[in-house]
Every structure is written in structure tokens, then in C-alpha cells.
Design a protein around this ligand. Structure first.
Ligand code: MCN
Length: 788
């Protein structure tokens, strides 16, 4: 087997846009990947965390004496130990709401536990089994308190308070205003009112989270191996928490076995491992097991959304009023309430709704903390606006696509100011047409019938996050730029250094494609390096918010373009020709139209580093390297239309997906195969959220779904055939015209599946307003429909 990538599309056509195989895959598929659990350091200890069995309780006493005396145990720590060592509580980097309350949370609980699974104590021992044995010797005396385990319980007048010094359980409230909503509703011909409910869900990467921390007692340096999507962010937050300067902290990221947003957040466990290492003077590994992952990995999606929509009787939507209740956990995670804020800010979707009043109420409950998950708030916003469009069409006796077309932001209106963000470009009607044509070509109309329906959802997605100054203004205490370094070495080969993490999305391959395309070298002459804050550049937000291809790609493009110009100047000097008369192809610089007058990149590289004399121009610095810091001017808006063909068994309420397609536009596509794969993977997660996945809490406030026996993931059997139709609207806001799409597949799936189910049951007037659509819920909806 060859290590190098193969190219399906002719390289002559350019590597940007070529379906090359992923550089990452040979290593991953031949079992040579190294994940966090593969890291083994001399003298390394292993740690385990004691977690609260109760959702809400006062901690009266923690006795670690027996655990400390247990053979093989090196250290036992509690919340008080964490407080004594750390300079700040666990960081919350995003605060979008005015006067948001940010509770002081430490990596291990102090005084109270506020969710089932919260860490109370931790042990470092000679191995994990010993650490787990020692956990059983820790005595914790709790005074159980009534729990506010649900949104309703948390908002009740007599609700148990999670934070006694707060007046209620609300962490913050904020409203995004636009236009004149009161007039829109006063003058509306139609007003729709709906309430939506979305279950808790989480990403379930095959590799659970993990960390190996080494705190050198002699140099006071912290060296961390961490499965993270954002190594620079993690380093900054370690610095904040421990009061260490950046030069004393190194974060290394090995292969990451799936991130899905969850591995963006900065968790208690990384702080715990660092403290245990400092205590013991030894490296400490802390790997979350699957059962722990269900309580300790960021949860997401849970929201209740109440909306009112004002429209004219020709289908023009004139106003939207909404209250989004973010059902947060017992403590705030790294990104605070921002996933729910994103839902709120993007509720108008691809539609030009001039008047809106969008309110977020962030409510703390005795559940696991809320955090990042692929799609962030977008799938929920999408479900709401797409459902409203369908309902409005029904009310007015119109076709739903006619309502979409009437309200789409038209191409000439871009850049378009939405309630918060400016959308750069879009051809929404064309994309809808593309989708409808694909559905027609696939012959779905003939398959539609009693119990079989077709559903659609149109989405737009904010990608290429984000302009640092704007996201700072939006309450995010971190930057959004990307720094990339491109170097041609003494053999004419290229190394790209990036701060982005490879989490399975193919970023190494696509950055290599951009560099190879721009520099005119074969793809297998490019190596991309990432995963070490000591040797890789600073990348603000890291791998998240679908920004790698757009922001990282633009930075590599700009750096490579400057490097190409230098190569051409040097080659021009050597070949005694004007740089304008030169071309570079396959690593050879040639004078156009003069066969044989050429110099290889290898020879130029050799001159650049080793043999300057006589060849290298006097006015050029040695070496061939460019560094680009690219801070985007705006987010880039990709868009798409999801269509689903589904069958419903009316007796059992079971939904079977028969076919699935997405028409999509993410500007200039770097690698079509990867983009299709990303859409497919995202769709699988959308299917999970729409039909199966739900984190269920019992009446006692404990999480009941702590294994895949209860938390149902779709398997290959449940995933239908899948296809993609592409169109290309490059953004002018990003060099190269690249837009992101890593989360696109997950956004429209929920709504499209719900609409396909409603269409399959069109005789029964079923209205789906909550996810997942489990068989009991669907049977109940059928009963409600029958009663109407
Ligand atoms: N791409 C392209 N051309 C474009 C846009 C994208 O070729 N115009 C390709 C690139 O290879 C890029 C990938 O598609 O890396 C995803 O695009 P992008 O939108 O830039 O997203 P990021 O690279 O920033 O990846 C992060 C994104 C997010 S936020 C999550 S969460 C996510 C995801 O992508 N988690 C994933 N995709 C995932 N895929 C896998 N296998 N595993 C995860 O954990």
C-alpha cells in the first residue's frame, strides 16, 4: 500500500476541487494512529474520579483517609485541594447575556453537588484499577436536597435553588431586537403560535475524552497530552486556571478519535489530572470511561422554544417573536449558554423577516453541564423556522416551497444584516430548485403514498468563525483568527504548520491541497503538521464552528501565494527571466514557451538553505517560509436543502428512512469527497437526534441512559441511501471563496425527517414539535391528530 494520496480528478485541473484520498487515512486504517490512551510515559500514574450519585446535595464531609492509605495510591484530592492550587474557577469563555451570572465552579465540587456525575474527589494510583478501588474507600456524607431536575421544576415559584445567593435558577436573560415587532403582529393577517421541545443529546466520539498531564516539579512546567479540538485555547485556559505563563505550558494533541464539538470544551478532568501530577511529581493519565462519558461529556440540544409568527395572507412573514429556554446544567460549561444563544440569534434562518424579538432565558437545572456539540444551536433554530414555514403554508393553503421562496433572502440583498450576523452571500432559490430536481430525478414522487412521505428543510449555516473583534463583541473571550506557516524545504518539499486539530474531518488533506495547488507542487510533496502548541502556530478558536477550511484554508492560501511569488522571483533570477513569464507545475519552474529552460523547486530549495552562493539573489533573505495570520472579515454563510423520504408504520410508530439527499453550497469546495463524507456523517447525527438519541433523566434526577443500551445511536441499518447535489457560490469575504460545512449535515435533518413523517401521515393531521420522534411520541401525536 502506498502512503501517498491518490488523485481521482486530473491534477492538471488543479488540486483545489480535486477528490484526492485523505492523507490521514492510511495511518488510521492500518492501525498506526496514536490516541491519547496510547500515550505512555515513564512513571505514569492513572487517575479516576469519584462522582456524585445524587443530582443535588450538600457535601457534609469527605473522608479520604482510607483511600490515601490504600496500597498503590499516590494522591487523593478533593474540591478544597483544587481551590487551594488554582488561581481561578473553571473558565467560562462565552457570556452573551447582559448581567449573566457565572457561578464559581471548581474542577471538583466544593460544598454542594449540582448534578449526578459531578466530580467530588479524584485518585492517582499505580493503575486505573487501583485508582477505582481507592474511590470506593472515600467516604462522602451528603445531605440530599430536592432537585430542580427539569426546566419546569427549575422555573417553579417554589423551585429548589441551585445557587442559594441567586434569586432564582435563571443564569441570564437577553433579547435580540430587530425592527418593529409590535406593529408586525398588530397588522398581521395570520398569527401562528407554537411550542417546541428538544431532548438532551450529546456527541459520542468512539474515543472518549482523555488527558495525560505532567507537571515538572523542578521547572514548574506543565506538559499536557490532550484530546482536544482547540490546543491553543486549552493552553490559555490552563494558564488562567494555574496562573502559569504560556511558555511554561505545552499542549500536545495526538490523533483524535472524533470530537463533534465535545472536545472543544475545557473540562474539569484536565485540571484534575494536572493537579494530581503536581501533587505526585509524576505524569498522570485520566481517561473517561464510557459510563462516565455520559455524565461528564458536554450535553447539548435541550431547549424549549415558544414562538409566535406574524404573516400576511400572501405568505409573507412579517414578524417573529420567540422565547428560547436553554435547559442548562448544574454548572456552566466552557461555552456558557452560547449554544442556546446561537439558536436564538439564528431563528430567522434563511428568511428576510424584518421584525423580530428573540429572547433567551438561560436556566440552570440539576443536570450535566451544557456545551459544544456539532451544529451548536443551529439544528434547533432550523427546526423552528422550517416547521413554521410548513405550518404557515398549511394554514394559508399554499405550497410550503412557495412560502420559502416568498421569504428567502434574495441573492441581490447580500450582504444581508440578520438579527445579529451579516450573511455574505446566498442563492437559496437555486439551491431549493437543485434539491427539488434531485428528488424528481430520484423518482421519490412515485414512491410517496399512504404511510410514505417526503420532507424538506432549508438551512443556512454560519461558518468560518469568526472575525475576532466581532466575536469578542458578542461576548466571547477568545480570538477567531488562524495563523499558518508554509515552508518549502531544501528538497523543494513543503511543510504546512497549523494549529487546527485533525479530528477526522480531513483538514490535513485539504490544507495540503491548498498549498500544493498554489505552489504548483505534487500533493505528496506536502506534509501538514499539527497538534503541538510548542511547534505549531497559534490558532484562535481551533477546530470548531466549521472554520478550518475557510479560515485555515485562506491563511494557507495567502501564505502560499506570497511564497510562490518569492519562488518565482528567485527562479527568475536563476533563469534570467521575468517572474511574469514563469509557470510552476509539478515542482518545476519553467519559462513559458521555452522548452528546457527550467529549474526545479528542489534546486531552489537547496539554494535557499544550503548553497546560496552565486545562485540566491542578493536582495532575498535565505529560506523559503511564509507565515500568515488571517482574521476573517466576516463569517461565511453556506446553505443547503435536505430532503428525506420516510415510511411510517402507523401501528408501531416506527419510522424507517428510505432515502436522503442534500443539495448544498459551501462556496469553493476544496475536496468534494470529503465534503460529501462530512454531509453524510452530519446526516447520520441528525438522524440520531431526530429518531433515537435522548439522554433520559429519571424522576429522582439521575441520568438513566449511561450506556449505548439506553442511548440509541443509529447504526448502518438505520442509515438510508444518501446523495449530495452541489452548487457553488464562493464567498467574497474569504480568499479562495471557501465556506465551511463541517456541521451542515446535522442542521436540516431533524426538520426534514419530521416533515417527511408528517407527510407520510398527511391524512392524520400530525404536528411534530419535539425531537426525537420515538414510537411512543409518534403514536401520541397520531392520537392528538385524530382528536382534532
Ligand atoms: N471542506 C472542503 N471544502 C470546503 C469546506 C470543507 O474540502 N469548502 C472539507 C475540509 O476537509 C474540512 C472539512 O470539509 O476540514 C470540514 O469543513 P469545515 O467546515 O471547514 O470544518 P472544520 O475543518 O473546522 O471541522 C470542524 C467541523 C466541526 S465544527 C465538527 S463538530 C466536526 C466536523 O467538522 N466534527 C467532526 N466534522 C467532523 N468529522 C469527523 N469525522 N469527526 C468529527 O468529530
Amino acid at each position: 500500500m502506498r502512503e501517498g494520496p491518490s488523485v481521482r480528478k486530473s491534477e492538471a485541473m488543479g488540486l483545489i476541487g480535486a477528490s484526492v484520498t485523505r492523507q490521514e487515512d492510511v495511518r488510521l486504517l492500518t492501525g498506526r494512529a496514536q490516541y491519547i490512551d496510547d500515550v505512555r510515559l515513564p512513571g505514569m500514574l492513572e487517575a479516576a474520579v469519584l462522582r456524585s450519585p445524587l443530582p443535588h446535595a450538600r457535601i457534609l464531609r469527605v473522608d479520604t483517609t482510607a483511600a490515601e492509605a490504600h496500597p498503590g495510591v499516590y494522591a487523593v484530592i478533593t474540591g478544597e485541594d483544587v481551590r487551594a492550587i488554582t488561581k481561578t474557577p473553571q473558565p467560562v469563555i462565552w457570556s452573551n447575556l447582559p448581567d449573566m451570572r457565572t457561578p464559581e465552579t471548581h474542577a471538583l465540587a466544593i460544598g454542594k453537588v449540582r448534578y449526578h456525575g459531578q466530580g467530588v474527589a479524584a485518585v492517582a494510583a499505580k493503575d486505573r484499577a487501583t485508582a477505582e478501588d481507592a474511590l470506593e474507600l472515600i467516604e462522602v456524607e451528603y445531605e440530599e436536597l430536592p432537585a430542580a431536575g427539569t426546566l419546569e421544576q427549575a422555573l417553579a415559584d417554589d423551585a429548589p435553588k441551585l445557587y442559594e445567593d441567586w434569586p432564582d435558577n435563571i443564569a441570564g436573560t437577553g433579547t435580540i431586537p430587530m425592527g418593529d415587532v409590535a406593529t408586525a403582529f398588530a397588522e398581521a393577517d395570520v398569527v401562528l403560535t407554537e411550542s417546541f421541545r428538544f431532548a438532551r443529546q450529546m456527541g459520542t466520539p468512539i474515543e472518549t475524552r482523555g488527558v495525560v498531564a505532567t507537571w515538572d516539579p523542578f521547572t514548574d512546567r506543565l506538559d499536557v497530552w490532550l484530546a482536544t479540538q482547540a490546543p491553543n485555547l486549552a493552553r490559555e485556559l490552563f494558564g488562567e486556571v494555574f496562573g502559569l505563563s504560556m511558555d511554561r505550558i505545552r499542549v500536545r494533541t495526538p490523533d483524535v478519535g472524533g470530537g463533534f464539538g465535545n472536545k472543544f470544551d475545557f473540562y474539569a478532568e484536565e485540571v484534575v489530572a494536572a493537579i494530581l501530577s503536581r501533587r505526585t511529581g509524576k505524569p498522570v493519565k485520566l481517561i473517561e470511561d464510557r459510563a462516565e462519558s455520559f455524565v461528564a461529556n458536554a450535553h447539548s440540544r435541550e431547549q424549549k422554544i415558544d414562538v409566535e409568527l406574524a404573516a400576511k395572507d400572501d405568505g409573507t412573514i412579517t414578524g417573529l417573536r420567540a422565547t428560547v429556554y436553554g435547559v442548562l446544567g448544574g454548572v456552566l460549561g466552557t461555552v456558557g449558554a452560547s449554544p442556546c444563544w446561537t439558536t436564538t440569534a439564528l431563528l430567522t434562518g434563511p428568511y428576510a423577516i424584518p421584525n423580530a424579538e428573540l429572547t433567551l432565558v438561560a436556566v440552570m437545572t440539576n443536570r450535566s453541564p451544557y456545551g459544544s456539540f456539532r451544529g451548536y444551536g443551529l439544528p434547533k433554530a432550523n427546526f423552528v423556522h422550517e416547521h413554521l414555514v410548513e405550518q404557515l403554508a398549511k394554514r394559508l393553503g399554499m405550497d410550503a416551497h412557495a412560502v420559502r421562496r416568498k421569504n428567502f433572502i434574495p441573492p441581490e440583498a447580500f450582504p444581508y444584516q440578520g438579527p445579529v450576523f451579516v450573511y455574505d452571500s446566498g442563492r437559496y432559490e437555486d439551491c431549493l430548485d437543485l434539491c427539488l430536481k434531485a428528488v424528481e430525478d430520484a423518482g421519490w414522487a412515485e414512491r410517496r403514498g399512504d404511510g410514505v412521505g417526503i420532507g424538506y428543510a432549508f438551512h443556512n449555516e454560519l461558518t468560518g468563525f469568526g472575525p475576532s473583534r466581532i466575536i469578542n463583541l458578542a461576548g466571547l473571550g477568545h480570538s477567531g483568527f488562524d495563523e499558518e506557516v508554509v515552508r518549502v524545504d531544501s528538497t523543494g518539499h513543503v511543510t504546512v504548520h497549523t494549529g487546527l486539530s485533525a479530528i477526522g474531518q480531513g483538514i490535513h488533506t485539504t490544507l495540503a491541497q491548498v498549498a500544493a495547488h498554489t505552489l504548483g507542487v505534487p500533493l505528496d510533496h506536502v506534509t501538514v503538521l499539527s497538534g503541538d502548541t510548542q511547534s505549531c502556530p497559534y490558532t484562535g478558536y481551533g477546530t470548531a464552528a466549521s472554520r478550518g477550511a475557510a479560515v485555515g484554508g485562506a491563511a494557507v492560501l495567502n501564505a502560499s501565494t506570497r511564497l510562490r511569488a518569492k519562488i518565482l522571483r528567485v527562479a527568475g533570477h536563476i533563469l534570467e527571466a521575468s517572474p511574469d513569464d514563469l509557470s510552476i507545475q509539478d515542482g518545476v519552474v519553467a519559462v513559458k514557451g521555452v522548452p528546457g529552460r527550467q529549474v526545479t523547486l528542489a534546486a531552489i530549495g537547496d539554494a535557499a538553505y544550503r548553497r546560496l552562493n552565486g545562485v540566491w539573489p542578493e536582495d532575498e533573505t535565505p529560506t523559503l517560509e511564509e507565515r500568515e495570520v488571517y482574521d476573517p472579515v466576516n463569517v461565511a454563510t453556506s446553505f443547503g436543502c435536505t430532503a428525506v423520504l420516510a415510511e411510517v408504520d402507523k401501528e408501531t410508530g416506527v419510522v424507517t428512512l428510505l432515502d436522503y439527499l442534500i443539495a448544498h453550497d459551501c462556496g469553493t469546495v476544496i475536496n468534494p469527497t470529503i465534503v460529501d463524507g462530512q454531509l453524510h456523517g452530519g446526516a447520520a447525527q441528525a438522524i440520531g437526534g431526530a429518531l433515537y438519541e435522548e439522554l433520559v433523566y429519571g424522576a429522582d434526577g439521575r441520568l438513566e441512559t449511561t450506556s449505548f443500551a439506553g442511548y440509541l445511536l443509529p447504526t448502518a441499518t438505520e442509515i438510508p441511501p444518501f446523495s449530495v447535489a452541489h452548487m457553488t457560490t464562493p464567498t467574497e469575504h474569504v480568499p479562495g471563496g471557501f465556506k465551511g460545512m463541517g456541521e451542515a449535515g446535522v442542521i436540516g435533518g431533524g426538520a426534514a425527517i419530521a416533515h417527511a413523517v408528517e407527510d407520510a401521515l398527511r391524512e392524520h393531521d400530525v404536528d411534530i414539535t419535539s425531537l426525537p420522534i420515538t414510537p411512543p411520541r409518534l403514536l401520541a401525536a397520531l392520537k392528538r391528530g385524530a382528536a382534532r
